[in-house]
Structures are given as structure tokens and as C-alpha cells.
Design a protein around this ligand. Structure first.
Ligand code: NAP
Length: 239
């Protein structure tokens, strides 16, 4: 059965969000794809898929912007079946270690990458609640957000923001525990060539990764009791 899907951060054709949107469009689903600024790549997809693709302008670091996007979507569709929180940001100092990084950048990264998905869930929840089945929330996290597996001395803002996103996921899993109509996970999506660079050694293209994730999401839609942090292979990952 076709579904209505929201994917955040879809403006770049080589990155994951765009390819998730594309995979769902290819399956005949309706996709609300968010961008911060006009994306010629996404506009091209709209020429092909017409009304099946709804392009939303939304800055997930700005509650008013997220609420306005939710209102705009509610004017076009009566429900959502899946929310994929994919958008992310990192600071200019993401590659630096503790003594070199400007620590004042960290709060903004967390505000976008961890609080942003919560803003999205809150604003779009009324539409998700109207799904005829189980409304699913998939927060795209990272192995870098695992506290127990942390080995890095750089990527402090990124790791902290994904750890915070994982905590948000658990808190919301508790919030929705007794609601059989809502389910939520955080997912490490695999190592992916999301920068579109041919010399990137990551094994998966964004299109391949999106296909794997799409299958995984359907497998886990009704799983309310399993571990909440999973990999693209469906394995439990330690928080
Ligand atoms: N690549 C990997 O191997 C890997 C591994 C683990 C996890 N991940 C996760 O997978 C996801 C996708 O990765 P990616 O590299 O494809 O992501 P990306 O291209 O770096 O970012 C995705 C989108 O987020 C948008 N964005 C940034 N700040 C935003 C804001 N304030 N409001 C709304 N949108 C905003 C960007 O929009 P603009 O185009 O406007 O800048 C961008 O298009 C991320 O969550 C990432 O952490 C990736």
C-alpha cells in the first residue's frame, strides 16, 4: 500500500535525503521533501513525479519555520505514515580535537541535529497520528552517537549531537510507549558516499543506502519492544 513520507534535508542529489525521497517516489509513495533553499535537483524530480512530490521549505533549527512547514503540508495532505529525520549539520571544527575546536560551535550543531528532529516530530505529529496504520519515526543517527563505542577524539559536535538524538529517541519511545499507533527508532544508516566524491572509500552509494533503509523501515514498523538503536542491517547497536 502506498504511503505518505516526510524526509528532511533533501536538497543534494548525491546525499542520503534526496535518495530516500527518490526511493519512495519510485515505489509510488507520496513524499514531502524538505529543503532550506531551492534545489534544482529536487525541482527536476517534481517534473517527473508531479503532485507525488511536495517540496517543503524548512529550517529545523527554527521552530517557527518547522511549524509553518507542517501547516503547509497539512493543507496538502491529511496524514503522514513515516517521518525520516535525515537533516544534519556539523560545525566548521568537526575535524578538530578538543584543544583546537571552538567549543562555542557545539550548541548550534546540537540544536539543529538533535533538537531539530524533535521540533519536526512535534510539529508533524498531528499528521502522523492520522496514519491508518502505525505512524513510524526514523531518526537517522550514527555509530558516532554511541557513547559506549566512542573511539574518536575529533567530531565532538557531531558525536554529541547524535548521542543527544539517541537520547531524544529513547525519551520519545517512552512517551509513545502506550500508543500502538506510533513507533520510533534511531538508525545508523551505514557508511555512505554522501558527499558524492568518487574517491570516498565508503562502500555504499546514497541510492544503495536508501534502498536498504527503506526495506529496514518496513521490517521494523510494528516492532515496539526491540532495541531502539539499530544499524542499517537491522542489528542492535549499543547506546
Ligand atoms: N555519510 C555517512 O557515512 C553517514 C554515516 C552515519 C550517519 N550519517 C547520517 O546520515 C544523514 C545524511 O547524511 P548526509 O551526509 O547525506 O547529510 P548532509 O548532506 O550533510 O545533510 C543533509 C541535509 O541537511 C540539511 N540541513 C542542514 N542544516 C539544516 C537545517 N538547519 N534545517 C534543515 N535542513 C538542514 C542540508 O541542507 P542544505 O543542502 O540546505 O545545506 C543537507 O541537504 C545524516 O543525518 C548523517 O549524520 C551519514
Amino acid at each position: 500500500m502506498s504511503q505518505n513520507v516526510l524526509v528532511t534535508g533533501c536538497g543534494r542529489s548525491y546525499a542520503l535525503g534526496y535518495n530516500l525521497a527518490l526511493r519512495y517516489l519510485e515505489s509510488g509513495d507520496t513524499v514531502a521533501a524538505s529543503v532550506r533553499k531551492p534545489s534544482p535537483e529536487l525541482e527536476q524530480l517534481r517534473e517527473k513525479y508531479g503532485d507525488k512530490l511536495i517540496i517543503l521549505t524548512m529550517d529545523i533549527g527554527d521552530t517557527a519555520s518547522v511549524n509553518a512547514a507542517a501547516e503547509a503540508l497539512a493543507a496538502k495532505t491529511d496524514h503522514l505514515d513515516l517521518i525520516i529525520n535525515n537533516a544534519v549539520t556539523t560545525s566548521p571544527d568537526v575535524g578538530k580535537g578538543f584543544f583546537d575546536a571552538n567549543l562555542d560551535y557545539i550548541a548550534r550543531a546540537i540544536d539543529v541535529a538533535a533538537v531539530g528532529p524533535m521540533r519536526v516530530i512535534k510539529a508533524f505529529y498531528p499528521l502522523l497520528k492520522k496514519s491508518a496504520g502505525t505512524g513510524l519515526i526514523m531518526n537517522i543517527s550514527s555509530e558516532a552517537g554511541s557513547i559506549s563505542k566512542c573511539y574518536r577524539t575529533n567530531m565532538i559536535d557531531y558525536g554529541m549531537s547524535k548521542a543527544a538524538l539517541n537520547m531524544a529517541t529513547m525519551n520519545l519511545a517512552n512517551t509513545f510507549k502506550d500508543d500502538p499507533q506510533i513507533n520510533i527508532f534511531c538508525v545508523h544508516p551505514g557508511w555512505i558516499r554522501t558527499d558524492g566524491k568518487p574517491d570516498n572509500p565508503a562502500p555504499l552509494s546514497s541510492y544503495e543506502a536508501a534502498g536498504i533503509l527503506k526495506d529496514l523501515f518496513e521490517q521494523r514498523r510494528e516492532d515496539k519492544t526491540g532495541h531502539r538503536f539499530i544499524t542499517n542491517r537491522g542489528e542492535d547497536y549499543p547506546f
